[in-house]
Design a protein around this ligand. Structure first.
Ligand code: ZN
Length: 471
């Protein structure tokens, strides 16, 4: 016989009160064990005052063992039965938290029906949600979290208690179910505070680890490197004792949780007592860029090397003995050796002028950047998709791949910079293809620079010695 039958059977016996005591004790133990295993639903189902009652009864049992009848009214038996059925139903139901990663091809409906919701409920949620969030914005890789009540014996979904979508960091759309089973949708935005952080330090070994050692988040470090990639060759230009300086924004929640490492306001490098300072400036249209103190954009300076790869210079610019033709001639570009297939990047924003097989150059691309500057790339294995004359390209865009077509002894890219029709050394040019700040923008920028300078003189007192380099 099971415990319920035993209870019924035994209740017929004289020692009712013992059974009652046992019943309460078992129920209390059940409730206690449940409170250990799943706090939430016990909290929800057994109110504090009810628990207090059990405690009272338990104490009375201990104190009044001589006269048990006085403690237990006859209604107690019903109470026990009620408690048992409540406890046993709790045992069958369980709240679970599920995190769902949206897969390619998933829709909100498919996600919900995969969770075990029926089509009607899924549609209902879809239309309610639409008022706050377009479910078609769900992207592969996005994470949703759901709180579900399931039947522990069958694993069936009994209820969707909540569904949380995070369209953006610090923003949540929450679907929940009220007592009558109706779905409600709410949009919650975290209040974010912008904090200004700064760091400075000596570069030991590599820049990235040095900056991270000083507490700069990797995301910010990468931005810092990007900003300087236009004017500094990190592989060759850094020396022992060089320093970095950075002022950046951090977006934090009211609990101080870092949500987003924001924009770099100021980035400085002190390379052998030569300080390169770059300041962020955002114009009225919302275009942001980095400028030196005089308002000259650093971003648009032509690349010294059209590869995102620490390539070896296999042949420098200038006079050399030709490896194939064996005579002395001038090498009109720089050769960077890299594995076949390494992407070749546009040295600056511009328009493709030539993209074809060009004799000794092999597969060749020429890009015009502005009225002064053009760049050319030779010996490529092939061209990137869409690269043909007339096409506009962005700096850093892949235009082709390293190869050894034409007159070449091994895989490399031959990189030329043409200034006013003359080929110049890409390693030494100071070619700006971007717009200098002018007029009101320049005025605003100068005020901003003055403010930043004032604050960084306090922040970076230890780096005082170097003068501001005119770069
Ligand atoms: Zn060459």
């Amino acid at each position: 016989m099971n415990w319920k039958d035993y209870l019924k059977f035994d209740l017929k016996q004289k020692n009712k009160h013992k059974v009652i005591t046992l019943g309460y004790a078992v129920a209390i133990i059940f409730a206690f064990v449940l409170s250990l295993t799943n706090n939430n639903y016990v909290e929800a189902s057994v109110s504090k005052s009810e628990r207090l009652d059990y405690q009272l009864i338990e104490n009375n049992i201990a104190e009044n063992l001589s006269d048990p009848e006085s403690v237990y009214p006859s209604a107690s038996i019903d109470n026990i039965n009620g408690l048992f059925s409540m406890v046993s139903s709790l045992v069958r139901e369980k709240d679970v938290q599920k995190n769902i990663e949206v897969q390619k091809g998933d829709t909100l409906i498919s996600v919900l029906t995969d969770l075990g919701l029926d089509r009607d409920a899924a549609n209902d949620i879809y239309y309610k949600l639409k008022e706050h969030y377009d479910p078609r914005d769900l992207k592969a890789g996005q994470e949703l979290s759901a709180n579900l009540t399931i039947d522990t014996q069958t694993d069936d979904i009994l209820r969707l208690n909540a569904l949380v979508i995070e369209p953006e960091i610090g923003e949540r759309v929450v679907v929940s179910q009220n007592e009558t089973g109706e779905y409600l949708v709410e949009k919650i935005k975290d209040e974010l505070i912008t904090e200004i952080s700064n760091a400075t330090g000596t570069i030991e070994g590599n820049l990235s680890t040095s900056m991270q050692k000083h507490g700069v988040p990797l995301r910010v470090v990468n931005k810092f490197i990007q900003i300087f990639a236009y004017s500094v060759d990190f592989r060759r230009d850094l020396r022992k004792g060089d320093k970095f300086e950075i002022i950046y924004e951090n977006q934090v929640t009211t609990n101080g949780e870092s949500v987003k490492s924001g924009d770099i306001v100021y980035a400085g490098l002190i390379l052998r007592n030569n300080r390169i300072s770059l300041y962020r400036y955002e114009d009225k249209k919302g275009n942001a860029d980095y400028y030196n103190e005089t308002g000259r954009p650093m971003k648009k300076i032509l690349y010294k090397m059209p590869l995102n790869y620490a390539a070896r210079i296999s042949s420098p610019f200038g006079k050399r003995r030709h490896p194939i033709l064996k005579d002395i001639r001038i090498h009109w570009g720089v050769d960077y050796a890299a594995p076949t297939g390494t992407p070749v990047l546009a040295g600056g924003d511009g328009v493709v002028q030539v993209a074809k097989y060009n004799g000794a150059y092999g597969n060749y691309v020429k890009i015009r950047h502005n009225s002064e500057f053009a760049t050319a790339y030779g010996h490529m294995k092939g061209f990137a998709k869409g690269i043909r004359p007339g096409v506009r390209v962005k700096q850093g865009q892949v235009i082709g791949y390293v190869g050894s077509t034409g007159r070449a002894t091994g895989p490399h890219v031959h990189y030329e910079v043409v200034h006013n029709g003359r080929r110049v050394n890409p390693r030494t040019i100071k070619a700006s293809t971007g717009e200098n700040l002018k007029g009101q923008n320049l005025k605003n920028f100068k005020v901003q620079v003055a403010n930043i300078k004032k604050s960084y003189q306090n922040m970076f007192a230890q780096n005082e010695s170097p003068k501001m380099a005119q770069k």
